[in-house]
Design a protein around this ligand. Sequence first.
Ligand code: ZN
Length: 151
Amino acid sequence: MNGNRFKCPKCGSENIQSYETIYAGGRATQTSTTDGISIGSDFSVGHANTSGSSITHLAQTCAPPVREIYRGYFACIFYGILASILGAIFFAIHPIASVIGVFVPLYKCAKRVKRVNAERYLEFAQSYKQWQHSYYCHRCGNRFIIKEEES
Ligand SMILES: [Zn+2]
């Protein structure tokens, strides 16, 4: 109904395309402005890896954000080994303290990794949503975001 939202805010051209469509198509061939506008609040997206050569430069610049995973568990393992050795040494002196000394830091470490990943996921979800609303103008090359219509 309100088609006016889907035009370039800079030059007014309606020859725009969503990042999603550009990325999926690899190359822009169609000029329809209503295609590819899929607005969903669903973040469960698994996007495939696209290897370099087959994708156009434009499509590459419209690639969705990549979710980064913090692999702090390696630090936990290292810490765990170190703590176990020290724990074993001190076990003879104070068994309870040495056991706590091993498990508490490990627990905290794992908790931290979990928290960092949760934060990163939120960031990713946010930038992914922004990506879904990002558009490219084929006339002037402007990149912009069209906000979700509030109803
Ligand atoms: Zn434009």
